[in-house]
Structures are given as structure tokens and as C-alpha cells.
Design a protein around this ligand. Structure first.
Ligand SMILES: [Fe+2]
Length: 244
């Protein structure tokens, strides 16, 4: 099985100041994300052993663990990748047009995404997902082990609302963290992921796009995060390369 490694941060630990503090970034990346990677590798080893033993219960147990750790590893990689210093602002180009079509406006997307992030109980993620099957953006949310399969697609942007992501700086004020996090979003990178997602789905969904491009929907769904849906979290091989 593939051995997973902790990706390097694509910027300095203090690069997101004042929105996310250096100590939080160090602990979050060097301890928490590393832990998910180590646990993922260990769970994979245990899964192989379970396969060899033929114990169906153990196989199911470690399959669930591998799926969970793999999700956390992928989402953290996306989280680092889609933030950056001196970012924020608004998307432009095709991504901006798609946001307007699916949510009505960029402001409406921010409001809905923030509401989803703030409404997650205990720990979890809010993720903006491109769904080529529907030729539509969607907001997904997930809470740790209780994630349910929602829909497939390409994850474009992820916000970590586990307490370890913000508690040192913001304590219980998650809404303030979510509000400030928008100042770190690397929209050019998100747009690259969107472009890759639309390219990969273009041929099979050309007709759907043609049918829908002239009619603003403004009804993009909020969905539970598909934790075990690797297609959502991986976002294709070129995106996996970018996370390194
Ligand atoms: Fe995290």
C-alpha cells in the first residue's frame, strides 16, 4: 500500500498572521496533521494483516479507520493548499461565473458556507465541491466519524473547524475564526482546481452544461460530506501533486 507522508506547508508558519496565528499553525500541521498521517499508515498495515487473517470484523473495522484517516489527511492537504498569505478577496473568471450561477452571488456563497461551518457540532469540515455529474457547485459538511456519503465530485476549498484549528487564538469564537479565514483563501488556486475539475468532466457533461448555463439556479445544495468518497477528496492526480 502507498505510504503517506506529511506534506510541507507551502508557506511559513506565521504567513497567515493575523488571521491564523503561528503557534496554531505549528501545532496543527506538525502535530495534528502528522498524527493523521501516522495513524493512516498504521491502520493500513493493520488492514493488510486483517486481510491476511481473513477476519471479516477486523477488516471492516480497519477499512473504516483507513477511510477516516485518509479523509483527514486529504482534507488537511487541501486546507493548507487553498490558503496563503496576502490572499482573500474574490474569485474571478469562470469560477466567479459558476458561483454566481449556483449561489446568486459571491456574498451569498460566503454566507451559506460560513453558516454551514458555524453549524457543525463539535468537529468537522465545510467543503466547497464541484459536482461534474450535476455541473454544479455544492457545499458539503462533515463531522468526524459520522460523515455520510453525499455526492461525488472534486473538493475545491476546505475549512477545518476542529477546535485545534482555531482554539488558541479564538477560543469559543468559531464564527470569528470563520469570518477571518476568508482573508486567507487562495482563490487563484481554488480556480485552478475548478478548471481541472471542469476539464475532466467536460466531455461527458457538455450537454448538461449547455442546458444549464443560461439559467441561474441559485439552489446549489448543502450536503453531508462524503468522507469515504475518495473522488471528492482527491480531486484528481494533478491536484494530489499540487498538495506536495
Ligand atoms: Fe485539523
Amino acid at each position: 500500500m502507498t505510504r503517506h507522508e506529511l506534506p510541507a506547508l507551502p508557506y511559513d508558519y506565521d504567513a497567515l498572521h493575523p488571521w491564523i496565528d503561528e503557534q496554531t499553525m505549528r501545532l496543527h500541521h506538525d502535530y495534528h496533521h502528522r498524527r493523521w498521517v501516522d495513524e493512516l499508515n498504521a491502520a493500513q498495515d493493520r488492514l493488510v494483516a486483517a486481510w491476511q487473517s481473513g477476519d471479516a470484523l477486523l477488516i471492516r473495522h480497519f477499512q473504516r479507520l483507513v477511510a477516516f484517516y485518509q479523509s483527514e489527511h486529504a482534507l488537511h492537504g487541501l486546507f493548507w493548499e487553498t490558503m496563503g498569505p496576502n490572499q482573500g478577496g474574490q474569485p474571478s473568471g469562470d469560477l466567479a461565473d459558476q458561483i454566481t450561477q449556483d449561489f446568486g452571488s459571491f456574498g451569498a456563497l460566503k454566507s451559506r458556507f460560513s453558516r454551514v461551518a458555524n453549524s457543525i457540532e463539535t468537529a468537522g469540515w465545510a467543503v466547497l465541491v464541484w459536482q461534474p455529474g450535476h455541473w454544479q457547485l455544492a457545499i458539503m459538511s462533515g463531522e468526524s466519524y459520522r460523515l455520510q456519503t453525499g455526492a461525488s465530485g472534486t473538493a475545491l476549498l476546505a475549512l477545518d473547524v476542529w477546535e485545534h484549528a482555531y482554539y488558541l487564538r479564538y477560543q469559543h469564537r468559531r464564527a470569528e475564526y470563520v469570518h477571518n479565514w476568508w482573508n486567507t483563501v487562495n482563490w487563484p488556486r481554488v480556480a485552478e482546481r475548478f478548471a481541472a475539475g471542469t476539464r475532466s468532466g467536460l466531455r461527458s457533461h457538455e450537454r448538461a452544461r449547455s442546458n444549464h448555463r443560461h439559467a441561474p439556479r441559485r439552489n446549489a445544495p448543502d450536503l453531508p460530506l462524503a468522507s469515504r468518497d475518495r473522488s471528492v477528496l482527491d480531486g484528481g492526480p494533478e491536484n494530489a501533486d499540487r498538495r506536495r
